[in-house]
Ligand binder design. Structure first.
Ligand SMILES: [Zn+2]
Length: 394
């Protein structure tokens, strides 16, 4: 694709460059650079950014035009969603949060997303044509190639649903669908650990999930199932009588012991009043004895599974996030002790086990940055007029 993606990649990193400097960086011929810059200027993806004097003659320099269009993102959780409008660099300009159960099904949930997208565009005085990329993250396994969720344990009615296709009547841009823990992993790495190449993000919320950044890139595996540690089998601990059933239909999964829903089940079993994961979080924060005891047991099992992952993957940083992690120091203590006990010294010598820094926004921040990266990472670049697209492809 004749260098367009390459030039845009350079400018998106924040550099402001003259054509000579672009030549030096890319090795492209001057005539190719002239053509590509013209097309990118026409597409409003690049803007002139003042002049610099080179050998006495002024030379125009160019920058990425982050305001040349919009990105739309929706971070769909089990019981609520965040929807945002972003610039082309993935910075969130406007954001709304609302309660909706993912079990309402794709028509209702995506219908709500669609309405919110429209409202955000109206609020910014922008049209659907200005949208160059859409990102949707969901609490379930996503097939990377098709953007469909596949046998999601908690997303009733979503199995194999064509999420990208739902948006095609209103938008012509690419639609990226991502598992929630992957979006969080990307956001934490980009914002808080930009120099870290190997990162494991563990989300401990209603369920347990993880996302992997391998050599600086999100690791999906062959199909998109990488990182689903919540459904790893855990050998029955002594304090448990019968192996618990999991939401996925198996028995003895990690999240059937250590997820928020399991904590809620166990609290109710000992007569503690708790209706939601939020209630369990409140009990933990107030130091409720049963909640603390159950969380300590859970943290050991989480730690043992994370230790296996550390041995397999050798991350430099392990980020623990999600609702329960934010409420629970015991979780960190248990995870740390298990990882240091069960992982090899070479893997733990430099390891950093830390909390998530983006809080409840980690998912939407990561998703926005992921869409910004994906949309401009490969040809054809989105949403250029046919003539421009032909120019760029030539
Ligand atoms: Zn399971």
């Amino acid at each position: 694709m004749g260098g367009t993606v390459e030039i845009l990649h350079l400018l998106r990193s924040g550099l402001v460059l003259t054509k000579s400097e672009i030549t030096a960086h890319t090795g492209l011929s001057r005539s190719t650079i002239n053509q590509r810059i013209d097309a990118l200027l026409d597409a409003h993806l690049v803007i002139p950014s003042g002049s610099e004097s080179t050998k006495g003659r002024p030379a125009e320099s160019y920058a990425f035009n982050r305001t040349g269009g919009h990105l739309l993102v929706a971070d769909i959780g089990a019981t609520g969603m965040r929807v945002g409008l972003c610039d082309l660099a993935g910075t969130i300009l406007e954001e709304v949060e609302l309660s909706i159960a993912v079990t309402e099904g794709p028509d209702v949930v995506l219908g709500t997303v669609g309405k919110e997208f429209t409202q955000l565009l109206i609020g910014a005085n922008a049209s659907a044509d200005s949208v160059l990329g859409i990102g949707v993250s969901v609490p379930g396994p996503v097939d990377t190639a098709s953007g469909q969720v596949v046998h999601p344990p908690i997303m009733t009615g979503w199995d194999q649903y064509d999420i990208p296709g739902w948006f095609s009547s209103d938008y012509t841009c690419p639609v990226i669908v991502e598992k929630d823990a992957n979006a969080m992993a990307f956001g934490e790495q980009q914002v808080s650990h930009p120099d870290v190449r190997h990162l494991l993000m563990v989300k401990v919320g209603t369920g347990v999930g993880s996302g992997l950044i391998s050599d600086g890139r999100l690791h999906h595996g062959a199909d998109g199932a990488a990182g689903d540690i919540g459904h790893n089998y855990v050998p029955k601990p002594d304090h448990v009588q019968d192996e618990p059933e999991c939401r996925c239909g198996n028995i003895g999964c990690l999240e059937a012991y250590a997820g928020g829903w399991a904590l809620l089940r166990d609290l109710q079993a000992v007569g503690v009043e708790a209706e939601s994961v939020e209630d369990a979080v409140r009990l933990l924060r107030s130091g409720n004895r049963d909640a603390v005891r159950l969380a300590r047991n859970a943290s050991q099992l989480l730690g043992e599974t994370i230790a296996v992952t550390v041995n397999l993957f050798n991350p430099q940083v392990v980020v623990i996030g999600g609702q329960l992690a934010a409420a629970d120091d015991y979780l960190f203590a248990g995870i740390r002790s298990a990882v240091y006990r069960r992982s090899l010294p070479l893997a733990t010598r430099r390891i950093q086990i830390t909390g998530a820094t983006q809080g409840q926004q980690a998912g939407i921040i990561g998703l926005a940055l992921l869409v910004a990266q994906s949309v401009f990472a490969s040809a054809p670049l989105p949403h250029l007029h046919t003539a421009q697209a032909a120019d760029l492809a030539s």
